[in-house]
Design a protein around this ligand. Structure first.
Ligand code: AMP
Ligand code: MG
Length: 302
């Protein structure tokens, strides 16, 4: 649906607020510590797809607006074993992406990371988190869901797992929307090929070019929910991945010096808050999921 009334907008904002509260409670109850977001840094996520660089002149040094806190999460794990952050990300996505209804140029990720965790462990955590959030919304926002005409089904864990290679053979690439349209409950896509992901996603030591990562895909055509996986943490392997992806080491000098000192083995993921709100509230377009949305290309945004 598209929002038509102020009452509907209030209902969505109450649902979004419940989502943020329930997710934070779920994680705090599991000994996660919330850290504050970083907005400016010489290093940020290179991302696999092109976005315009959001650069800032930081006392004469070129700093970037955060595209994700991946590197800061890995470094922060030296201090805290389980952490999360509601992290504002700025990704100046190509304007053509506005038509998909699920991209914003500024959005918030619930980004989390766990020291010494495997992919299976963070998959289980993700399932618990999504189910807990949906249950909280159904229990506490029944009137809001009714006003929006949303009949939200609560899935049961474990969610189905499908492999990237099989889905790519079935639908072609990219396939998240086509897969999502066939689903009636969220499902995991696992084992992405190296060519479609970033250098920090851990390559399976037994299967070259296959990554120990995953996406969660929402049902009913809402598309990708989250991305995550195990991370590379050893210097030699990271340098090798940079070489193979043709990324100059100088671009990540600040990160590499931390890796040289040592960062922990870990796994984690980031789930987009506006996309989760869109799915929970049953919205056609992501810009209805928050106030002050930045739709890619729309320079009237405030
Ligand atoms: P990524 O690791 O790049 O997949 O980002 C993590 C999550 O953030 C995604 O799975 C989405 O839920 C969300 N996300 C990524 N890019 C955007 C965007 N441009 N607008 C809104 N949400 C996004
Ligand atoms: Mg992703």
């Amino acid at each position: 649906m598209r929002l038509k009334t102020e009452k509907e907008r209030v209902a969505v904002l109450r649902i979004a607020s419940e989502i943020v509260g329930a997710a934070g409670t779920y994680l705090r109850e599991r000994e996660f510590v919330e850290i504050l977001p970083v907005l400016l840094s010489p290093i940020t996520d290179p991302l696999h797809h092109e976005t315009y660089a959001g650069a800032v002149d930081y006392y004469g040094a070129p700093y970037q607006l955060t595209k994700s806190m991946i590197f800061h999460k890995q470094i922060a794990l030296r201090t805290l074993p389980r952490l999360f952050c509601f992290s504002p990300n700025v990704r100046l996505e190509p304007a053509e992406r506005a038509s998909f209804g699920r991209y914003l140029a500024e959005f918030v990720q619930l980004d989390l990371e766990v020291r010494e965790a495997s992919r299976d462990e963070v998959i289980e955590l993700g399932e618990g988190l999504v189910v807990a959030v949906l249950k909280a919304v159904v229990a506490r926002c029944a009137d809001e869901l009714a006003l929006l005409g949303r009949n939200l089904r609560i899935p049961t864990a474990p969610f189905e797992r499908v492999s990237y290679a099989e889905e790519a053979a079935r639908f072609g690439e990219p396939f998240d929307d086509a897969l999502s349209a066939t689903l009636s409950a969220p499902a995991w896509v696992i084992d992405f090929p190296r060519r479609v992901r970033e250098f920090y996603d851990r390559e399976d030591p037994r299967r070259p070019d296959v990554l120990l990562d995953m996406d969660l895909v929402y049902p009913e055509g809402y598309g990708e929910a989250l991305s995550g996986g195990e991370r590379e943490f050893e210097l030699e392997r990271i340098l090798d991945r940079l070489r193979r992806d043709a990324i100059p080491e100088s671009r990540f000098a600040a990160y590499l010096s931390m890796v040289r000192e040592g960062i922990p083995r870990s796994a984690g993921f980031g789930i987009g808050v506006e996309r989760l709100t869109r799915y929970v509230a049953g919205l056609d377009r992501i810009e209805d999921a928050r106030l002050f949305p930045k739709v890619p290309g729309d320079t009237r945004a405030i």
